[in-house]
Design a protein around this ligand. Sequence first.
Ligand SMILES: C[S@@+](CC[C@H](N)C(=O)[O-])C[C@H]1O[C@@H](n2cnc3c(N)ncnc32)[C@H](O)[C@@H]1O
Ligand code: SF4
Length: 366
Amino acid sequence: MKELSLYIHIPFCKTICLYCNFVTFAHKNKKIPDYIEALKTEIKEKSKNYKNNKVVTIYFGGGTPSQLPAENIEQILATIKDTFQIAPKIEINIECNPESIDIQKLQHYKSMGINRISLGIQSFNKKTLLRIARPHDHLTIYKTLESLQKAGIENFGTDFIMGLPYQTFASFKAEIETVLSYNPPHISAYFLSYDTKKIGLFIKDCPQEEEQIQMYEWLVKRLRKAGLKHYEVSNYAKPGFECLHNLRYWQQKEYVGFGIGAHSYVDKTVWENTADFEAYIQNPLLDPQSLKIDQDLDRSEFILLSLRTAKGINKKDYESKYQNLSKLLTKAETYIQSKHLVQTKANLQPTDKGFLIIDRITKDLI
Ligand SMILES: C[S@@+](CC[C@H](N)C(=O)[O-])C[C@H]1O[C@@H](n2cnc3c(N)ncnc32)[C@H](O)[C@@H]1O
Ligand code: SF4
């Protein structure tokens, strides 16, 4: 049986953060029941195509999945369990925002089999949170971290963004020390990406690139000291606490996405659901255009995704899939000399310094 991952997109948020580029809406709560019904229809119908698969990871992403009543998540999970074959050992993850989660909800999640929580902290700084229009304050984050502990949830990730308004190297260090005092097994720290047109004015309050690099370089060392391995460009985990769902994306494993804007990748074919909320509610089975991945595109994806991870490109896999490993290694030589890449017996790996310019390296190697 082939292994499969499922992604469920929940496009509801309390408010919209200034920097957000995801398919999501505030003030659409009245439409939640319609959306859940549409999701259930999509899951039931499409599951028929995957009778020979077993689901190994499920990821509720957003938007803010925790914005939904836990009963809605339970209904979606029940639909999945009724229609798909589920592996005995499965990772079920849900993205949560501090303002929409409490101990009762966490316990409810646990009882329905959710075994990983991904908590969007972004910053502990009161002024920063206000400036980026986060729907929660710093005190709510502390409460949520305590609730995670009280609910006995061991597998959880905490998300941060580097480069936010009013953030400095010193304040970032203090924020990471704060979260480390809660002993999280997983931390994600992304560089802020933004649409200049949307938030041009806000940029003047953000730290410059050099200061962001300083944060990154410190973070890698500090988290290593705390026992969290830098396993992907923006992700750090204690052994055994890597996010399996995301790892499968980076390993080009198959997944099906449900809900608006969700992506899928099966049988070397990709497709993306409509991002039009009303159109999706009307017909969740709209057939989106798909794209067959040819050998060239597959090779580019393999390089791009492998280089996001600390393991890097497996040389044997590359040679058996695409041949001409020597050409790739010749291209990599400059970056090996400059210590942005390193070659082991099996792999070609980015270094911590390499991760900083991974887009450029990827482009060159492709
Ligand atoms: C799908 S989002 C999670 C959404 C969740 N509602 C939240 O805000 O925490 C996953 C993570 O991506 C990161 N992220 C979102 N927008 C970003 C941006 N513009 N630049 C960098 N990181 C971003 C945040 O750390 C966020 O927790
Ligand atoms: S809460 Fe998350 S998904 Fe919602 S607007 Fe903010 S960043 Fe985007």
